[in-house]
Design a protein around this ligand. Sequence first.
Ligand SMILES: [Zn+2]
Length: 177
Amino acid sequence: MRQLAALSRRFSAWSFRTSAAFHKFDIASVIERAKHQHAFEYFADDQHSSLMLYRTMQPEYKPAEYLSVVKCASNRRLISRFRTGCHGLRVDTGRWADGVHLDRTYRLCLVCKSLDCVEDEQHFVFDCPAYNHIRSQHLDLLQHCCTIADFMALCEPNTCGGFLRECFACRKQILSV
Ligand SMILES: [Zn+2]
């Protein structure tokens, strides 16, 4: 019983000291400083090509609109991966596939078996002939866009997610044959 009381007193003292220590710091300002530091690094990093693309779509450091608009979690995840360049296209996987780093110019599209087209986001959304039948059903979606930044900014996010889903499903089917 005496040991329990001693343990309780020690815990109370520790709790008091910890609480006092936290009061010394202004947690809100620590969080705010960490946010500013992260935003600074986000805009200053010019080494990662996928981040460069992301910044063209998201010039401000704030939550993107699609996060609150797209209710389907898997479509939201798909859009997030596409925007951040973690989509599995050759421009992404060529960085590390099979432990080999391919120069960007060698990350060619295996879907249309192009000899000179890198399978990047632009090729995937606008140019690869393998998805022409899907594009033909989404002319309204694509007619005002000619860059990925336009595509992500101008297209209604739910429709955009659906289009990407169809194209990725088609890609998977073609590559599995
Ligand atoms: Zn292609």
